[in-house]
Design a protein around this ligand. Structure first.
Ligand code: ZN
Length: 687
């Protein structure tokens, strides 16, 4: 056993205005497995999280529901924690960013940054809603795209042509809050001088720290480092950290009516949650956050919030006199059956619906873990594969080892395991894998760890087939041999349980009760259980009934409807002016077939389509990357193309036409390509 490490771990803070879904769960499962592994290794490890509670969306949501923001976030926090706990996520503290600790740290960090010359104030012009008497965040201003005139675009970018701009450039802008026409108004804002931290950030992002066990830990994954280098070399802009009243958040010291932007106090929420825990259990907070702290600090996050965690956050910490993170571990997004989670398909699966349908959370923990590695890759939940894999691995290969041997030990030997086993080679083989499996967990290569474990389970099942305990049980004079074979199997099961325990904590508890042993630690893999009395076997895990999956999909289709309907009703785009058939005839819509579709280097909005229009092949850029994160999956499908749209030169080349999408969902996530029935061929005109 290496030296004991002090490790503080966080997951990203869920925003307090929506339900926890399986996308969140990927990250919290990834974190929880790692934390449980570290605790099993005997390290002093704490896992803290919190709800992210501030900002305009919370303020407006509370107003819409007729409650105070405090009441809203309290209800949502309880729901979030219940969902996570239902999946056995074992936080040491789950707190709120709307806490006294967070207010104190946000203010003191700000004050220190200011004293160190890292804060400047500047007067800016911003769109203001004269009816609501509030400044409008970019996402709360809508209007026509200044480049392509598409209607109903957000204030920061056009989802049709992919242009980015400032909200003041929108044509015919309106407030998404009241519908009023916004006016320009000046306001004093505070900025964090991120550009002034570039030298430090160049060093930190490329750097590493020494762990408590003497190993070297790079601060960022290779993919993250490349991205940060791009951003740093592109020049870091000052970061606007203030917002004007009305705003739900913390008021900035000595600046009445000015509030910290939610993204300033959200990461500080990690510290605040830990401070709250430290005070409760008697830890010295400063030992963990002082600049030369020996403790390790890790943040598990989604790839979409790297900018905040790998640039702003280390710079804020460092220049405010705290230690920076030891590692920022980013992961990809979850797709379901190869596609973005979709409310209409019922694959936007909430944590609550999963539990309410009677699905075992450890099935999902296992499946997700079996797909996770240390790289920033999207992972796919294939529902058929989910059923097949869990049933085959967990029930078929693992749990069956116990169920095939425990009965004989109970009935024939009074629960007593043999004092010694002659054929212990297979157990030695299992024990010898402990270090490799531990190394895979440590490196967040869970898929590899679980492949190794299932490989060992295969060996054990081969041993069962070779020794056939059920036949030994029928033969005269084979009692000792039967007890020995079953003792080997129970020990193999115990070793496999140790290796699976970070992923399956609840099942491991059941095994500990069955084996009549104290909670298993990693070190227990060094020893065997001999001459010991075990408890009667209780069934440990059911197979997944595929009917449950159908129920789950149905539940998510239904549960979305009542929520979506009222939002959509007030949110349909007004009907455009009446046109004549001649007006319509001007629009030449054609069926296209996607020959190729790729990401565009340097654009996080656009996809580059090569489309077969029958009579010719076109290059078309479409701003739907967020809705379709796996462009290769679009190859071969039919789309509807505005074929006579004037070609447009863009930064990445010329786009010849437009691919038609349905849009207008409240959360901005909904962009849906149109389909054509069989028989519709490339080049056919639509009308
Ligand atoms: Zn546009």
């Amino acid at each position: 056993m290496s030296q004991q490490r002090q490790i503080l771990v966080t997951s990203a803070l869920p925003y307090a205005n929506g339900a926890i879904h399986l996308g969140h769960m990927v990250e919290h499962i990834q974190t929880d497995v790692w934390v449980r592994f570290q605790k099993m290794r005997g390290h002093e490890c704490y896992y803290v999280c919190a709800d992210d509670t501030h900002g305009t969306p919370i303020m407006l949501a509370a107003e819409k529901q007729g409650v105070t923001p405090e009441a809203l976030i309290e209800r949502v926090q309880a729901e979030h924690l219940a969902d996570f706990t239902g999946f056995h996520i074992g936080y040491d503290n789950y707190y709120s960013t709307n806490s006294p600790e967070n207010r104190e740290y946000a203010r003191s960090i700000y004050n220190t940054l200011k004293a160190n010359g890292k804060i400047v104030s500047r007067t800016i012009e911003q769109l203001f809603d004269p009816e609501k008497q509030m400044f409008l965040p970019d996402r709360f201003v809508k209007g026509e795209c200044p480049k392509c005139s598409a209607k109903d675009q957000y204030g920061d970018n056009c989802e049709v042509c992919g242009a980015t701009y400032s909200p003041t450039e929108l044509k015919n802008p309106y407030s998404a809050v009241s519908g009023a026409t916004p006016v320009l108004k000046t306001s004093e804002h505070f900025f964090f001088r991120l550009g002034d931290c570039a030298d430090y950030l160049k060093g930190w992002t490329a750097g590493s720290s020494v762990r408590g066990d003497g190993e070297t830990q790079p601060h960022l994954q290779a993919e993250s480092l490349n991205k940060m280098n791009e951003w740093i070399e592109g020049g870091l802009n000052d970061w606007d950290i203030s917002r004007d009243a009305p705003y739900f958040g913390f008021e900035i010291p000595d600046a009445p009516g000015k509030y910290f932007y939610v993204w300033l106090d959200a990461p500080v929420g990690y510290m605040a949650s830990f401070k709250n825990l430290a005070d409760r259990i008697g830890l010295n907070f400063d030992d963990w956050f002082k600049p030369d702290s020996k403790a390790e600090l890790y943040h598990f996050i989604g790839k979409d919030i790297l900018y905040f965690h790998a640039l702003f956050w280390p710079a804020m910490l460092h220049f405010a006199g705290f230690r920076a993170p030891t590692g920022v571990f980013a992961h990809g997004f979850l797709t379901v059956d190869g596609q973005k989670m979709s409310k209409s398909r019922g694959t936007f699966i909430t944590a609550k619906s999963y539990l309410d349908c009677g699905l075992n959370p450890e099935w999902m923990r296992y499946y997700i873990a079996a797909k996770l590695n240390a790289r920033i890759e999207d992972i796919d939940l294939s529902l058929d594969d989910f059923v097949a894999r869990v049933n085959s691995d967990l029930v078929g290969k693992f749990v069956n080892i116990a169920s095939r041997s425990a009965g004989f030990i109970a009935k024939r030997f009074g629960g007593q395991l043999a004092e010694a086993v002659a054929d212990g080679e297979i157990l030695a083989r299992l024990q010898n894998e402990a270090a490799a499996i531990a190394a895979a967990y440590e490196a967040r290569e869970y898929a590899k760890a679980l492949r190794d474990v299932m490989g060992l389970a295969d060996l054990v099942n081969a041993y069962v087939d070779a020794n056939k305990p059920w036949e030994l049980a029928k033969q005269q004079g084979q009692d000792a041999r039967l007890q020995e074979v079953c003792t080997v199997l129970i020990n193999a099961f115990r070793l496999l349980t140790i290796y699976l325990k970070p992923v399956l904590p609840k099942l491991a508890e059941g095994v500990e009760a069955f084996l009549n042993v104290a909670p298993l630690t990693w070190r227990d893999a060094d020893s065997l259980l001999l001459g010991h009395t075990i408890a009667p076997y209780q069934h440990l895990m059911q197979r997944i009934d595929p009917a449950l999956i159908e129920k789950l999909i149905e539940a998510n289709k239904q549960s979305m409807e009542p929520q979506a309907a009222p939002a959509a009703a007030g949110n349909f785009e007004p009907l455009a002016d009446t046109i004549t058939i001649d007006d319509f005839a001007k629009l030449d819509l054609r069926i296209g077939k996607v020959l190729d579709c790729q990401f565009i280097e340097g654009s996080d909005k656009l996809l580059n389509f090569t489309v077969d229009l029958g009579f010719e092949t076109r290059t078309i850029f479409s701003g739907i990357r967020k809705a379709y994160p796996e462009p290769e999956k679009l190859i071969g499908r039919k789309v509807v193309v505005v074929a006579n749209l004037a070609p447009r030169k863009m930064r990445f080349g010329t786009s010849s036409g437009m691919i038609v999408c349905a849009s207008g969902a409240d959360d901005g996530s909904g962009l849906f390509l149109l389909d054509a029935d069989q028989g519709a061929a490339p080049g056919m005109r639509i009308g």
